[in-house]
Design a protein around this ligand. Structure first.
Ligand code: NAP
Ligand code: HSE
Length: 438
């Protein structure tokens, strides 16, 4: 459907940097839904160039005359309104986006790695050149999450953001939990489905979640947070035995991203790590490549965002939403919100965060052993919530779940348990999230 007034407006010229999993879908939707998108943006959107690495590759649905490997020439041609960056990586993406903004184009990007490493430079360039920088697709795929944080929840005080923000690892953990699938096989499947990053280490080692957590924390707490401020542990250490033990106790293992205000409200702790979540918690029901994020704010209470977190089409949906928003801004001569960092909170280490641990110890089942172990927890101010012993004799395992304590106290407890004569080995340690109470 095309509105007549819209069709008569000069088209907004759009350039696409990258035509892979996401870019291919963006290009297809720009053409297929052109009429509706024009009516919604207020002017036709004309794709005038697509930059790729390999110009010989067949790209169904993209006019071959638009394809080039000279991305810089494309973004600096001088008449471009919107540059869509979906090539990924730090360079040349950063140079190209900065060149595009200098040339007067607004930028829509899905590049969380760059935003989390050097978002400030992009924001400053957008401000200096009076253009927009939109990046809804950079976190949680199709889920509208950044705009709600930047706009709908901007009148509230956010306390905590907690969720699953990586589709690839959630896909792998789901298949390992439900089907006992092999890690390498499921990773290959996630890659084939277009969920994984170009280098999947970014997914499985938690870099992708950490980048997203930094972006979320920056928006939620009006503070500049980079990936270097995020405590990061990936999921490659999670074993089939960990998953089975969690299942036995009524838990599921998820790779979580958490950003929270510190007790004194002067700092923010941002962390990414695997955690055991009770099966009754809504995050436990988030399967495959779906993502879900809880935002806890003073007046709103808890708000949950849920949807497809990865893949070409879901991500393209978020990119297209940004293109229309930027298009509207160009047509009306306005700009969207810029960077908000006025709160300037201090990024703090995980040591000060309150977490709870599950610990699996191999111990000798002798009188006094339990008391000795309980004493190590007590000496460090860590209160025990549940203890379960399996087996007996020289091969008993003791499963301990703690109440909340600072991560520093919990880490110290584990270090001391590793040295305790009554402990044969510390078989497993994992944080627990999503339990109510102290
Ligand atoms: P992809 O499938 O690897 O596609 C990358 C595209 O960029 C390819 O077309 C590639 O060209 C092109 N490209 C890469 N480097 C280039 C360079 N130096 N010059 C010109 N073109 C270059 O990646 P993707 O999965 O679409 O992801 C793209 C971006 O979206 C990344 O920032 C990613 O983190 C983000 N993202 C992805 C998803 C997802 O589910 N896949 C979701 C959210 C966000 P060739 O085709 O010639 O190789
Ligand atoms: N590799 C990312 C993921 C893509 O699996 O979540 C979406 O950002």
């Amino acid at each position: 459907m095309t509105d007549h007034t819209t069709a008569e407006r000069p088209p907004l010229k759009v350039v696409l940097l990258g035509a892979g999993t996401v870019g291919q879908e963006v290009a297809r939707l720009l053409v297929e839904n052109g009429g509706d998108l024009a009516a919604r943006a207020g002017a036709p959107l004309e794709l005038v160039g697509v930059a790729v690495r390999d110009t010989a590759k067949v790209r169904p649905g993209i006019d071959p005359s638009l394809i080039t490997d000279d991305a810089l020439a494309l973004v600096t041609r001088g008449d471009v309104d919107i540059v869509i960056e979906v090539m990924g990586g730090i360079e040349p993406a950063r140079t190209l986006m900065l060149a595009a903004m200098s040339a007067g184009a607004s930028v829509v990007t899905a590049n969380k790695a760059l935003l989390a490493e050097d978002g400030a430079t992009l924001y400053m360039a957008a401000e200096a050149n009076g253009v927009d920088l939109y990046y809804e697709a950079s976190v949680a795929g199709a889920i509208p999450l950044l705009r709600p944080l930047r706009e709908s929840l901007v009148g509230d005080n956010v306390r905590r953001v907690l969720g699953i923000v990586n589709g690839t690892t959630n896909f792998i953990l789901t298949k390992m939990d439900e089907q006992g699938a092999d890690y390498a096989d499921v990773l290959a499947e996630a890659q084939a489905l277009g969920f994984a990053e170009a280098d999947p280490t970014a997914d499985v080692e938690g870099f992708d979640s950490a980048a997203k957590a930094a972006i979320l924390a920056g928006l939620a707490f009006h503070t500049r947070v980079t990936i270097n401020d995020v405590h990061r542990e990936g999921m490659t250490g999670v074993t089939a035995a960990d998953i089975a033990a969690a299942r036995d106790m009524g838990f599921v293992i998820k790779l979580l991203a958490v950003a929270e205000l510190t007790d004194d409200e002067q700092g923010v702790v941002v962390r990414v790590h695997p955690a055991m979540v009770p099966r009754s918690h809504p995050l436990a029901a988030v399967r495959e490549a779906f993502n879900a994020v809880f935002v806890e704010a003073d007046s709103a209470g808890q708000v949950m965002f849920y949807g497809r977190g990865a893949g070409g089409a879901p991500t393209a949906s978020a990119v297209l939403g940004d293109i229309v928003a930027v298009g509207r801004n160009r047509v009306s001569g306005r700009r969207g919100p810029g960077e908000s960092t006025y709160a300037d909170l201090e990024p703090r280490s995980i040591a000060s965060a309150y977490t709870r641990y599950y610990v699996n110890l191999q111990v000798a089942d002798r009188p006094g052993v339990l008391a000795t172990i309980a004493q190590v927890f007590a000496d460090n101010g860590v209160s025990i919530q549940v203890v379960r012993q399996d087996g007996s004799g020289d091969h008993a395992s003791l499963l301990v779940r703690t109440h909340l304590a600072t991560d520093e106290a919990l880490q110290r407890t584990i270090d001391l348990l590793r040295e305790a004569p009554s402990v044969r080995s510390v078989v497993g340690v994992m944080r627990v999230e999503g339990e109510a109470g102290p």
